[in-house]
Design a protein around this ligand. Structure first.
Ligand code: ACO
Length: 309
């Protein structure tokens, strides 16, 4: 049985933190942040909302879109590096709140590539006819592990959640191919050091600007297509310059790539499902489009899929 995305949803906290406001917190400028990253503002969840609250809201939205009841879910996978607690998992927390009484639940830890790992794991269960409906959530409250005195990192990140329901789809549709990878030797370049994110931006940039275009091309070719056939690109929303490298490699015009990094910054595991949900809901991704999702993150990890929508 082919597996595809049968519903999408997202949730963003209301509070906006602009580059201008960051100028008052650290030695930076709106101009520097925009020109180096493409980020204009990001969302920050207040103390009343933890990661599971963001995840729950996105999940409800995705279930409505898929027209699936929580009781029909067989498995819940939550990709996050900022869980409320290491256990119980965020997936168990939302299993209870959703009333997903039949669902198994586990969290996936692959940093910004976590949603891709979740989607591919879900695909395996569906292809094997073991499960029918699987909820995959990418969610982060990065603000709680951000060092708000470190200009190298604090300008980059934001909070949010995106979700997708993975289910059986007809022949020729859904996930056509995938690539997942890891390189633990690069783990030192991007990590949680005690309480905060620590990053060697230049090294992560070099890795990402090579990996995102490469993985995008690999999944298109594995699916039996050429880059000319791709209709839409949803890259991990980390930095517009890295995203542009992937878009140019696929030969796509600017309007065929999601760019929510401007509004939300880098929301790690949440960035791809948020962008996907927005592009589907605005009608930019259409029936039968060949869509590439591609991400990279701490670990180092990466993942991509080609999907016939
Ligand atoms: N404001 C002003 N200046 C700054 C800021 C800031 N917020 N941050 C760094 N600088 C300074 C640096 O200190 C450096 O100064 P120096 O030359 O005197 O040492 C200077 O700006 C230039 O630094 P570069 O590293 O050359 O800047 P670059 O153009 O590479 O951009 C950036 C930096 C945006 C961090 C880039 O390297 C990048 O995007 N890397 C990838 C980061 C990433 O995607 N991380 C997350 C991926 S995984 C995940 O999503 C969790």
């Amino acid at each position: 049985m082919n597996a595809g995305i049968i519903g999408t949803g997202h949730y963003l906290p209301e509070k906006i933190l602009t580059n201008k406001e960051l100028e008052k917190m650290v030695d930076t400028s709106d101009e520097w942040i925009r020109s180096r990253t493409g980020i204009e503002e990001r969302r920050i969840a207040d103390d009343s909302m933890d990661t599971s609250d963001l995840a729950f809201n996105a999940a409800v939205n995705a279930l409505e879109d898929a027209k699936i009841k929580a009781e029909e879910l067989d498995l819940i996978l939550v990709a996050t590096v900022t869980p409320d607690t290491s256990f119980p998992s965020v997936s168990c927390m939302i299993q209870n709140r959703l009333g997903a009484t039949k669902a198994a639940a586990m969290d996936v830890s692959a940093a910004c590539a976590g949603f891709m790992y979740g989607v591919i794991t879900a695909q395996q269960f569906i292809q094997n006819n073991a499960y029918k409906n699987i909820l995959v959530v990418g969610v982060e409250k990065l603000s709680k592990i951000t060092d708000w005195t470190d200009r190298n990192t604090c300008v980059l990140f934001g909070d949010g959640a995106g979700a997708a329901v993975i289910g059986p789809v007809s022949e020729g549709k859904g996930i056509l191919s995938f690539e997942l990878g890891s390189d633990g030797s690069g783990g030192k370049h991007l990590l949680q050091d005690k309480d905060h994110i620590s990053m060697n931006g230049r090294e992560v940039f070099k890795f990402a600007v090579r990996q995102m275009p490469e993985s995008s091309v690999h999944v298109v070719e594995k699916a039996g297509y050429s880059t000319d056939d791709v209709d839409y690109l949803i890259p991990h929303q980390a930095n517009i310059r890295i995203m542009e490298a992937a878009r140019e490699r696929l030969g796509l015009p600017k309007e065929k790539m999601a760019t929510s990094v401007k509004k939300y910054g880098n929301t790690s595991a949440a960035s791809i499902p948020i962008a996907l949900s927005e592009e589907v809901k605005s009608g930019k991704i259409k029936e039968d489009d060949l869509v590439v999702l591609v991400g990279f993150g701490g670990g180092l990890t990466w993942g991509a899929v080609a999907i016939r929508w």
